[in-house]
Design a protein around this ligand. Sequence first.
Ligand code: HEC
Length: 125
Amino acid sequence: MKIKRLTISFITFAVVSMFLASCYYDSEEALYPSLTTECDTTNITYSATISSIMKNSCTSCHSGSVPSGGITLTSYAGVQQVASNGMLLKAINGTGVPKMPPSGSLTSCSLSQIGIWLKDGIPNN
Ligand code: HEC
């Protein structure tokens, strides 16, 4: 019977597709993004690297007319100030001052990128 065979192959196709789809979603990359997402520690710049860390984790509080702690982190000048007086490093590590961001911690990648930028001499690049 042709119809029956067709139905069986359709079901087989559907089941195999479902397996392939589930294999995709269970991929190591999807489960453990940190395994494949490289931390770029070369070419650290204020404009690309540091300002986007600030934008993602800090400027929600440290911006506007009444910034938290009186600290504005939306511009190089503002970040440079806390970077050169040591407050930036203290805040992101929570050493002696409340840890920033208050909701948790920066990723280890962001922490090393900021560390490199500080060692580079806080360039406005
Ligand atoms: C949810 C709001 C919020 C976020 C997000 C946030 N801060 Fe703060 N920050 C504060 C507040 C409020 C203070 C004032 C000190 C306090 O009482 O915690 C502060 C203080 C600071 C200080 C001064 C520390 C001191 O004690 O003098 C620095 C530096 C700082 N933040 C840096 C950062 C950086 C860098 C980020 C992002 C990684 C960040 N903050 C994210 C709310 C925030």
